[in-house]
Design a protein around this ligand. Structure first.
Ligand code: NAD
Length: 475
């Protein structure tokens, strides 16, 4: 029988009756079962979080930091077990799973240093006015399947550091490593401050609409983000939404094809392309298009797609069947329209495991589905451009605005272009670097608000202004 994992509610590891199966995307075998929570289970978790909030909101920065450091240490000390479990449920190769586990431990440690200081608005003979930040209360955290551990930690830690308590729901596709972490931290976090419950997608709207949850922090698709915004409107819950992207990479004619080919490849194919900030449209100047596309394809030919637990695998399967079918549909659409493939495009849906070969497209039209939609798979459309104005217009011609990159040997030029891109993050000559101290958030339909840094922490708080009249007759 598959291992059964429990939920964390009010400091206890509990089961709830019904179970959900969790599948390894490399083998399609059931590798674990998790509780299928109902509204009653959610009520219990929210009640525990509400009760815990009464005392947690009064804790000092140092007390909060100690708990978050304990979470960080629990992850780091058990990294070996955790990264193997993560590979088995998410599909990513061991090395990348290790990166996520150590990254989450590091993120918890770094974010536990964040502190929102009071701000003095006025200190005159007449009055003293200051703004303090007060925690919003009970947070509902909803997490996707591409970086399940990192996303869980980047919601739990700032919630705790701001003085909030949290009820977190992992994706039903990837709840195992998060629940194992729940078990590891159950006696390290005060009861009720962190609750982790699992269920189908249908548990999500119950969280969004719950009358005793004060804020939703969500990472996932834009479509679900819109539903969350609607669901949260009933009682004007605070919301932070980290959503989809269709990020453009722009390669200027002065970039050296030999130097950038490998980095460009991984900017699209890391985590099998299932990264919100992956380069999903790669614009290459016409002067270097042929040389660079050839260099990328040559590099790609030696990259092994396979089971992430096997040595030598660099790209794992797509995480779940639904997403696998979607990526295959986009590839089929490209074939039906006669677009040219430089590599890949020939998946075998009858085989075991949700594998898609590395697929590189040669200059498909801008309105091809494989360009205009977020692929979220190992697919890289290479697109040719002639002028800067043209490429900036094409890059910005999207409902999304998450991130982008410019590749050039002239960094001033790179910055000039970056400042014209309508995205929350732009990298010059690198990709996917996120700092725990810098705000990360999407423009346009890629998000609402921000995570990370003090901007991210503020989203878990309300400002409260306290004004003392100094020369009052009552003083
Ligand atoms: P998803 O929106 O399908 O699911 C995300 C989470 O929401 C899951 O836990 C799911 O159970 C829950 N959910 C589903 N329906 C819900 C509803 N109606 N109300 C409340 N919760 C609901 O997304 P996904 O397929 O798991 O993740 C892929 C998407 O996430 C991609 O679009 C990707 O770009 C995006 N993403 C964004 C970021 C970012 O930081 N901007 C990071 C990672 C992934």
């Amino acid at each position: 029988m598959a291992t059964q994992y429990k939920n964390l509610i009010n400091g206890e590891m509990v089961t709830t009756g019904e179970w959900l199966d969790v599948v390894n995307p490399a083998t399609e075998e059931v590798i674990g079962q998790v509780p299928a929570c109902t509204g009653d289970d959610l009520d219990r978790a929210v009640a525990a979080a509400r009760e815990a909030f009464k005392s947690w909101k009064k804790t000092s920065h140092e007390e909060r930091q100690a708990v978050c450091m304990a979470i960080s240490a629990a992850i780091k000390d058990n990294a070996d077990e955790l990264f193997r479990l993560l590979t088995s449920e998410q599909g990513k190769p061991h090395e990348q799973a290790q990166g996520e586990i150590f990254g989450a431990a590091g993120m918890a440690k770094a974010q536990s240093t964040l502190k929102l200081e009071d701000v003095i608005n006025e200190d005159s003979e007449q009055r003293n006015s200051r703004t303090r930040r007060v925690p919003v209360g009970v947070v509902g955290g909803i997490v996707p399947w591409n970086f399940p551990v990192m996303m869980a930690i980047q919601k739990i830690v700032p919630a705790l550091m701001s003085g909030c308590t949290i009820v977190l729901k992992p994706s039903p596709f990837t709840p195992l490593t998060t629940l194992r972490i729940a078990e590891l931290i159950a006696d390290k976090v005060p009861a009720g401050t962190v609750n982790i419950i699992t269920g189908e997608d249908s548990l999500g709207p119950l969280i969004t609409g719950h009358p005793d949850i004060d804020k939703i922090t969500f990472t996932g698709s834009t479509a679900t983000g819109k539903k969350i915004m609607e669901g949260a409107a009933g009682d004007l819950k605070r919301i932070t939404l980290e959503l989809g992207g269709n990020d453009a990479s722009i390669v200027l004619p002065d970039a050296d094809p030999k130097k950038v080919a490998e980095q460009l490849f991984w900017s699209s194919f890391a985590n099998a392309g299932q990264v919100c900030v992956a380069a999903k449209r790669v614009y290459i100047h016409e002067d270097i298009y042929d040389e660079l596309s050839e260099a990328i394809v040559e590099y790609a030919k030696n990259v092994k797609v396979g089971d992430g637990s096997q040595q030598g695998t660099a790209i794992g399967p797509i995480q779940n069947k639904k997403q696998y079918d979607r990526v295959l549909e986009l590839i089929e659409d490209a074939k039906d329209n006669g677009y040219k493939f430089l590599l890949g495009g020939d998946a075998d849906p009858s085989g075991t495991g949700y594998y898609v070969p590395v697929t590189i497209m040669d200059n498909p039209p801008e309105d091809a589905r494989i360009v205009a939609e977020e692929q979220f798979g190992p697919v890289m459309p290479l697109l040719k451009f002639s002028t800067e104005d043209e490429v900036i217009q094409r890059a910005n011609d999207s409902e999304y605005g998450l991130a982008g990159a410019v590749w050039t040997s002239d960094t001033d030029k790179g910055v000039e272009i970056a400042e014209q891109l309508e995205t929350g993050t732009v990298w010059i000559n690198e990709y996917m670097h996120l700092s725990p101290f810098a705000p990360f958030g999407g423009h346009k339909q890629s998000g609402f608000g921000a995570e990370y840094g003090l901007d991210g922490l503020k989203e878990f708080t309300y400002p409260q202004v306290i004004t003392v009249k100094k020369d009052s007759v009552l003083a």
